[in-house]
Design a protein around this ligand. Structure first.
Ligand code: PGA
Length: 261
């Protein structure tokens, strides 16, 4: 199945200063400037403090910019949170919601994530919803049930008109970070298939097919091409292996070469 487009991006988590983010973005945009954006959606999700400078460092036509989280209210007494209006002000286009670190370290529950998804959609952001099963759920064989619950709950009440701005990242908790083991491409493909089927149940076949499904969790230069070669994997959401612009651009080239050669 030929892919219309490949989605490749990184979340820099709590790494990189403002200056480091800007030099990363400048280098990445230079290294990828020659690649047609017809088939490539490239995005970077830096820290909040770097967002404004980041917007000036790379044009949106080359690199889309995202935020790592967002509150569910436009304003209010929510100390430490960030409003959708504030993100709009600095030119953010994508909002990442429900990353494993938010769910598991900061205890964001299904209802919190749902409220954030609906709010981000209403504000016109592209919503990058992250879902993923824990080691225990995998070992118990209920990974697809866990994914269905996370997906159905997060999208409950979402009007289909927002589907064209929904991306879903499948990131198994056990695959993320230095102690993680990447999912095999067959395993990831099976989970993506379950997610696609759930989207079909919720919104119908045609609508569900427009939602890109990205895999994340220890993606690197060795496994990226294999993963993107799977039918239901439309993109890769990369952490550590993308934080060096040269390394990331080499992965981007390999992936594009493998899909569109
Ligand atoms: P990783 O991070 O590629 O470093 O495992 C993935 C993520 O947290 O999205």
């Amino acid at each position: 199945m030929t892919k219309r487009r490949v989605y490749l991006g990184t979340n820099t988590k709590m790494y990189k200063s403002i200056a480091q983010t800007c030099s990363f973005l400048k280098e990445l945009s230079e290294l990828t400037a020659g690649l047609s954006r017809e088939h490539l959606e490239l995005f970077v999700i830096p820290s909040y403090t770097a967002l404004e400078a980041a917007r000036k460092a790379a044009p949106p036509s080359i690199i889309k910019l995202g935020a790592q989280n967002m509150a569910w209210l436009d304003e209010g007494p929510l100390t430490g949170e960030i409003s959708p209006l504030m993100l709009r002000e600095v030119g953010v286009e994508i909002v990442e919601i429900g990353h494993s670190e938010r769910r598991h370290i900061f205890r964001e529950d299904l209802e919190t994530i749902r409220k954030k998804v609906l709010c981000a959609a209403r504000h016109g952001f592209t919503v990058l919803l992250c879902v993923g099963e824990t080691t225990e759920e995998k070992e118990a064989g209920c990974m697809d049930d866990a994914l269905r619950i996370q997906l159905k709950s997060a999208l409950h009440g979402l009007s289909p008109e927002y589907l064209s701005r929904l991306w879903v990242a499948y990131e198994p908790v056990w695959a993320i970070g230095e102690n993680g083991t990447p999912a095999s491409r067959e395993y990831a493909e099976a989970r993506h298939k379950a997610l696609r089927e759930t989207l079909c149940q919720l919104f119908g076949q045609g609508a569900a097919e427009v939602v890109p499904l990205l895999y994340g969790g220890s993606v690197n230069s060795e496994n990226a091409v294999g993963l993107i070669g799977m039918d239901h994997i439309d993109g890769l959401f990369i952490g550590r292996s993308a934080w060096d612009a040269r390394r990331f651009s080499a992965i981007i080239r390999d992936v594009l070469d493998s899909v569109y050669r």
